[in-house]
Design a binder for this molecule. Structure first.
Ligand code: SF4
Ligand code: SF4
Length: 477
């Protein structure tokens, strides 16, 4: 298919029968490509290096789904920490919506792992081995030959090694780097589930970045489908300046005045999703800026101002309005920003008020109290409580209950049973707590006192202490 024949009624990557048309986007150089390449190095280092970073003794990002424990930049939480999970996931989604409302699909073009690894790693290797877009197309269309077999074997061999590196890094986020290192020294049969996940991810990466490519963004990725609701005509997008470019060369008769677009189709040839940005913002545009660099190169050769295709507001570039509305004057961005602050506030509150040991103290369902003979000639009362504990940290905790010396001097004692003393990370426990106290502590059959919960771990220099109020009941007289 010639690039000039882009269809209006279907994706540029499908033919009339719905079969895929494989794209060979032309390589491009320019200011935006250089900036994106620099950022891609940073993103690749982050993706591969993050699991190896330790914050407060824990992996920087660990999503241990089988054991339902999670670590995110020093915060540790478990699956039952629903508010924290809700605020983290909700905040990330709203942040993405906020960024999209202002800067369009900047995430897709600059930071999405699909674009970063496809454009800056896989395509680069392909270009080194098979040549530029014309050479690649020619090679694919040529009959089998020694050169073709060697080049294809070399390319897919490199792709396979890369896919294995990426899938191991991916697995490290879920099983932890220490476990990953030990698993790599063992036979796959000792960790069949993890091995199958790693192999499945490697195959998926190979399929996606080696062959499926732009189809993932245009057909599979749900984010692309939400663009029409997340963006509006004030969002900054990669846009063609219709006022300046039209009528493009070759559309009108020879002697008619034309705009700056010389209809060279260079912007279409470099597009990794195969679209013509001159038709306006389209679902397939991942804002990769390749067409901006390509057109700037053409304009520079023609000695015309750069930026015929540029970051801009579509309403302005189409001539509908003169000046774009700044983001802080748009209600949509304030709605997103308000929701984002709610999520951040909720997360900060949930983290600050989260105790390392979760404790719930409820009265046992047997007798509300028992009267027993006292040791100092005073009648004593016994209250029975059920204590639900959960170690919310990633370290073993030694847990004990105590009361103040003042209460002890008044003849109050506490006894626990079914309490192991030590709780493993994430471990829950239900124990019994008995409080024995003199009747004099009650007023009209009711009273209260405080017990102290102390949790010690090997990593912390100081134990964590918290006080809990216990409501006491006994006889009215
Ligand atoms: S690269 Fe620029 S000049 Fe060439 S067709 Fe695209 S918009 Fe027109
Ligand atoms: S239209 Fe331009 S920015 Fe959009 S995907 Fe194609 S080359 Fe990238």
């Amino acid at each position: 298919m010639k690039t000039k024949d882009l269809p209006l009624d279907r994706l540029a990557t499908t033919d009339r029968l719905g079969n895929r048309i494989y794209l060979y986007p032309t390589d491009v150089r320019g200011k935006w490509k250089t900036l994106r390449s620099r950022l891609s190095v940073f993103m690749i280092v982050i993706f591969l290096g993050l699991p190896w970073v330790r914050i407060r003794g824990h992996q920087a990002v660990l999503l241990d789904i089988p054991n339902r424990k999670f670590a995110v930049f020093g915060l540790t939480f478990w699956a039952h920490d629903a508010p924290i999970l809700l605020f983290v996931v909700g905040g990330a989604v709203i942040l993405l919506a906020f960024v999209t409302a202002i800067w369009g699909r900047i995430w897709c073009g600059w930071a999405c792992p699909q674009t970063v690894f496809l454009e800056h790693v896989f395509r680069r290797i392909e270009r080194w081995i098979e040549g530029d877009s014309l050479a690649r197309r020619k090679l694919d269309q040529s009959p089998a030959s020694l050169e073709k077999i060697v080049k294809k074997t070399l390319k897919w061999g490199c792709f396979t090694i890369l896919a294995l590196i990426l899938s191991h890094s991916f697995l490290a986020y879920f099983v932890g780097t220490e476990k990953l290192a030990s698993m790599m020294e063992q036979s796959p049969f000792q960790n069949p589930a993890s091995f199958l996940v790693m192999a499945g991810v490697a195959l998926a990466i190979l399929f996606d970045l080696g062959w499926f490519r732009e189809q993932f963004c245009t057909v599979v990725c749900p984010y692309g489908r939400f663009q029409s609701v997340l963006m509006d005509d004030q969002s900054t997008v990669v846009a063609y300046d219709v006022k300046r470019g039209e009528p493009r060369k070759g559309i009108e008769s020879k002697n008619s005045p034309t705009g700056d677009c010389v209809n060279c189709y260079r912007c279409v040839q470099v597009c990794p999703t195969g679209i013509d940005i001159r038709r306006g913002v389209q679902l397939e545009c991942i804002a990769c800026t390749a067409c901006m660099d390509a057109c700037d190169d053409v304009m520079a050769r023609l000695k015309k101002p750069l930026g015929l295709i540029r970051y801009g507001n579509q309403s302005v570039t189409e001539g509908k309005i003169e000046v774009s509305v700044p983001w802080f004057k748009r209600p949509r961005t304030w709605v997103y920003l308000s929701l984002l602050f709610v999520c951040i506030g909720g997360l900060v509150h949930a983290v600050l008020y989260r105790a390392p040991i979760e404790l719930m103290l409820i009265r046992a369902v047997d007798f509300p109290y028992q009267e027993i003979p006292g040791t100092r000639g005073q009648a004593q009362v016994l209250n029975h409580f059920k204590v639900d504990l959960r170690n919310q940290t990633f370290e073993e905790q030694e847990i004990s209950f105590s009361i103040s010396s003042h209460l002890q001097s008044q003849g109050v004692t506490i006894v626990t049973s079914n309490h192991k003393g030590k709780l493993a990370p994430g471990e829950p426990e239900r124990a019994d707590l008995f409080v024995q106290f003199p009747k004099t502590l009650l007023t009209k059959g009711r009273g209260s006192m405080e017990i102290q919960l102390e949790a010690r771990s090997k990593l912390a220099s100081e134990p964590n202490r918290s006080n809990w109020e216990v409501h006491l009941v006994g006889p009215l007289r």
